[in-house]
Design a protein around this ligand. Structure first.
Ligand code: MRU
Length: 367
């Protein structure tokens, strides 16, 4: 039986001109490894959540751009000097693919962040014929691999900083999946949990099932139990009862985009958890690589929230529909947690605290 630990959530198979992912829509029932080669396959895998979680989406887009441009060069006989018509056609194809992949999901800023990094790598290539298109592809490949490798490092650092706010034996509640599957390794919200496990902290982790797509049940509970972490699953509407019972000492969640004032968009239901945590005096931490912080958006009101299909709510997990035919459905994929409910934003550079406008701006001046 293969394990999710046998594979990274996203891998580059350069010799096969493909990306390889664990199809997360099939978990936990089966571990299916699929290959993506075309722009449509990559777009579809992101949109259908076969690969999901903000950092993993960014890595997929970056590696996808490399694979697509490699295909473009070989199918359009664009080998040779990177100059003149060759450069123009390369650039045009790059922009077309980048725009297309960027339209696959709107909320996680890591997608456009990774695509912009790939574009900057392309911009750094001189257009005077001193490089060949093969050299340019090499630079794109290196950038995509750097984005992947940095993600591992960043998540580990988030884990180290996250551990400083936790004590051995703590009960930790998490929502959705900000785990290994959503990144390359460690996860963001799960990084302190994995590091704590290496160091004998004996955490008790509680996973919200996360309606409607069940990322908590299907993915987080699955990856944590596979890793031997003490893990309990509960329905989303049980979080208040759980917090009131005294079993939770901290909340750790991931995020898809943090605004300049600290408002944080994450999986729908996260803000409910934050509101309940405030009621019971439980610290609520958002784990965010700096690639997830979007200082161009002043507040959460400016974050575009993805709306998804009604069927995800009415029938996706049932053998027959569980709602009257034609009922109107409200199905936003994310909500925004107001910054005043957040005890700290745990980044790879340390823990940001209120006032976030100031601490985020100071961090971005420094890096
Ligand atoms: O719709 P999803 O499954 O992509 O939503 C994912 C989340 O909300 C995660 O918490 C977020 O992307 C952070 S992943 C480290």
């Amino acid at each position: 039986m293969p394990s999710i630990n046998d594979h990274d959530s996203v891998e580059l198979l350069d010799d096969q001109d493909a990306l390889q992912i664990i199809d997360q829509t099939k978990l936990p029932g089966s571990i299916e490894i699929i290959r993506l080669k075309t722009a449509e396959e990559i777009w579809d895998a992101i949109c259908q959540l076969k690969v999901r979680g903000a950092p993993a989406i960014g890595v997929t887009a970056a590696m996808g751009m490399y694979i697509l441009m490699k295909g473009f060069v070989s199918s359009h006989s664009s080998a040779g000097a990177y100059a003149g018509e060759n450069e123009r056609r390369f650039r045009e194809a790059f922009e077309k693919y980048s725009e297309y992949l960027n339209s696959s999901r709107p909320t996680a800023v890591n997608l456009s962040w990774a695509l912009k990094r790939m574009e900057r790598a392309l911009d750094s290539c001189p257009k005077d014929g001193n490089m060949t298109t093969a050299d340019v592809l090499g630079r794109l490949r290196a950038e995509a691999c750097a984005i992947r490798d940095e993600d591992v490092e960043v998540c580990r650092k988030i884990g180290e900083y996250g551990l400083t706010v936790l004590k051995p034996g703590d009960g930790i509640l998490t929502h959705c999946n900000a785990g290994q599957l959503a990144t390359i390794r460690y996860g963001t919200a799960t990084a302190p949990i994995y590091l704590g496990q290496e160091r004998g902290y004996n955490f008790r982790v509680f996973c919200d099932e996360t309606r409607p797509l069940l990322q908590g049940a299907r993915l987080t509970a699955f990856e944590l139990t596979s890793a031997g972490v003490d893990c309990t699953l509960e329905c989303d509407n049980m979080c208040a009862s759980l917090m009131k019972s005294g079993q939770i000492q901290a909340i750790l969640v991931g995020c898809d985009r943090v605004a300049a004032n600290g408002d944080a968009a994450n999986k729908i239901g996260t803000s409910v958890v934050a509101i309940v945590a405030a009621r019971y005096g439980i610290p609520f931490y958002v784990c965010a690589p700096t690639s997830t912080i979007d200082i161009s958006v002043p507040t959460g009101d400016g974050i575009v929230i993805e709306q998804r299909k009604a069927e995800e709510v009415t029938k996706m997990w049932y053998s027959s529909p569980m709602a009257p035919s034609g009922v109107k459905v409200y199905n936003p994929a994310f909500d925004v947690t107001d910054h005043d409910l957040i005890s700290g934003i745990i980044t790879e550079y340390g823990i940001l605290r209120e006032p976030y406008e100031r601490s985020i701006a100071a961090l971005f001046e420094r890096i």
